[in-house]
Every structure is written in C-alpha cells, then in structure tokens.
Design a protein around this ligand. Structure first.
Ligand code: GA4
Length: 342
C-alpha cells in the first residue's frame, strides 16, 4: 500500500510533461481483430475517439513477414556508421538514412533511422544502395511487409467508416490504396545507453532516460507501428497524462493521424506520442507504416461529420499543402490548428 501511495503521488505531483501512468490502469484498448465485424467497427471507433490510439492482436500479418523485415532492419543498423551514411544517407531528402536529426527545423532525438517512400521505385533504389550483392533481399522484405500492413490499414479504415456510418465505406482506405498514395515507411533504431559515448549523447532527461523521439502527432491518416520488446513508446491522453505502452512484438500499435482528425471533423484526435529511451542493454527498433493520401488529394471534414451543432472545424487542404506545412514547423507543433475554418 505504501508503494502504491508513493507511485500515485508521483503520478499526480510530477510536472505535466512527465506525468505518466501505466497503460493497463487507464484501459488502453487492445482490439482482437478476429471478432465479429459489427463489434469490431464499434470498438475501433470508440478507441479512436477516446484515445486516438489502440493496439491490435490477431491481425493476420504473418510473423514470417515481420521477422524478415526485422532482420533486414537490424542488419542494416549493425553496419558501421560511415557505411550507413554512404549507402543511404545521400538519397533524396527527407528519405534515406538519418541520425539524430528529425525534419529540417533543428529537432533531434537519440535515434538513427531509415525513412522510405512506399513506391516500388524508391524501395528498389534504396535496396540497390544498401546491397549491391543481393539488392532484392531487402526490397522483397520491405515490399512484402508494406503490402501486408497496407491491407491491414485499409481493412481497419473500412471498419472506421462502417462504425461512423459514413455512406462511402472506402472513403478513407481509397486514399491509401491509390497508386499515387504518399505513404511512407520508417525503421527507427534507438541504441542502448551503454553505447552513449560512441553516440555523443544529448543531455539526460533524468538519471537514466533520454528523449528518443520528441512529442508529436503523425500528419498522415493512420499509422501502424510494430516494435521489438524494448520499451520506450508513450502516448498522451486527452487530459495530458503520458502513458507508457508495453511493447509486444506480436501486436501492432495504431495511431490516428492529423488527416483522419480533419476528415472526422475532430471526432477523432490524432494521438500525441513520444519515445523515451531508458537504460536498456538492447536497442529498441520499431517499423512504422504511415498511411497517407496522394499529394494532390483534397482533405476536408466528411459531410456526415458536419452538422449545424458541429460546423466544419477545418478548411479544405491538399495533402501536399499540409505536408509542406508540417515540414516547415517544429515536430511538436499542433499543425492542424493552422487549417482551422474561421
Ligand atoms: C512524424 C511522422 C513520420 O515519422 C514523418 C516525420 C517527419 C520526418 O521525420 O521527416 C516529420 C514529422 C513526421 C512531423 C513534422 C515534420 C515532418 C519531421 C518534422 C519535423 C516521416 C512524417 O511524415 O511526419
């Protein structure tokens, strides 16, 4: 009881950015995708509304596809820094290999990453850069993984449309399934603190944690994240409380992005999240698919989500316009506020 009380007082009294509470205690939804469709659509909509975030189990993505992608990712990050930089550092910005720098506005984190556009051409380009001996091994792993998570994303978006009783059931998934979709894929690698001398680390947040990836929401429609078993991900609840998400390599984490917030006229709010690297011996690695519209797609609140008591919150914008704004602003900016309807 004494420990519990101390824990609770910590939760309540620490300054806002570091107030955290265990995910189980706040009921972060874990949704079983093998459930019946009508139950599922209701659960997903509820989770998107309450948290902008949920986890899925029984998702149907073969473990073999996930494991192959994970192996390619860790093999890449195990290479010497100079090699990673040389092989994938020079690809068209913002894609390719990056280390610590996030975006173009001075944001930094304790991580290295590989950011790829999901079109076949750019994947085959990066694969050739990474391995001249066997370029198809990497591209096959990425293409198989992307194909599997894309269809999972489309399925979940159709369920969202059903749960919202939107007449056009593929209004969201069509944007991601489009051949010109601007979706991207990212591998994030957070080295353990033991390597920190080699890494010239940024100041510690406290005794043994560092900011891996600072607070932000994802600009796209829906994000699907899978990580190894190393912790670090936290999400922010609507009341400002930060919740650590227990890592589970068999599950996927799903985040509502800014575009889905706009299309649902604010019924869903994009999930603010961050990664805090703790003193682990093992690196955290996450593989993240960001489902996005084509660059020229117009985004606006769906007619079904707008009514006299709920007037349109956002003015129409193209994904290209929104993306440009996102890249011109700091990572933590609430960029949708700049697209408010007056
Ligand atoms: C967050 C989600 C994706 O990782 C990403 C990120 C992008 C980048 O790292 O290049 C951004 C960031 C993300 C949001 C605001 C802008 C763009 C860095 C940044 C400061 C690839 C994306 O699409 O937006």
């Amino acid at each position: 009881a004494a420990i519990k009380e101390r824990y609770l007082s910590m939760v309540v009294s620490s300054p806002t950015p570091f107030r955290t509470k265990k995910a189980r205690a706040v009921g972060i939804p874990i949704i079983d995708l093998s459930l019946e469709r009508s139950v599922l659509s209701e659960k997903i909509v509820q989770a998107c509304q309450d948290y902008g975030f949920f986890k899925v189990v029984n998702h149907g993505v073969p473990m073999e596809i996930i494991a192959r992608m994970e192996k390619e990712g860790s093999d890449f990050f195990a290479k010497p820094a100079s090699e990673k930089q040389q092989q994938a550092g020079g690809l068209p910005s913002p894609f390719g290999y990056g280390c610590k720098n996030i975006g173009f506005n001075g944001d930094v984190g304790e991580l290295e990453y590989l950011l790829l556009h999901t079109n076949h051409l750019s994947i085959s380009d990066i694969s050739k850069a990474i391995s001249s001996i066997n370029p198809t091994k990497f591209s096959c792993a990425v293409n198989d993984y992307i194909q599997a998570v894309r269809s999972l994303t489309c399925e979940m978006l159709d369920l969202v449309a059903e749960g919202l009783f939107v007449p056009d059931k593929s209004v969201f998934s069509r944007l991601i399934g489009d051949v010109h979709s601007d979706s991207c894929f990212r591998l994030n690698h957070y080295p353990p603190m033991e390597n920190s001398r080699e890494w010239d680390p940024s100041p510690k947040l406290n005794a043994n944690t560092r900011m891996g990836f600072g607070e932000h929401s994802d600009p796209q429609i829906l994000t699907i994240l899978r990580s190894n078993d190393v912790e670090g991900l936290q999400i922010c609840l609507h009341d400002g409380l930060w919740v650590p998400i227990t890592p589970d390599p068999t599950e996927f984490c799903v985040f509502v992005g800014d575009v889905l917030q706009a299309m649902t006229n604010g019924k869903f709010v994009s999930a603010r999240h961050r990664v805090i690297v703790a003193n682990s011996v093992k690196p955290r690695m996450s593989m993240i698919y960001f489902g996005a519209p084509p660059l020229n797609a117009w985004i606006s609140p769906l007619p079904k989500m707008v009514s006299p008591p709920k007037p349109s919150l956002y003015k129409p914008f193209t994904w290209s316009e929104f993306k440009k704004a996102a890249y011109s602003l700091p990572l933590e900016d609430c960029r949708l506020n700049r697209f408010k309807d007056s």
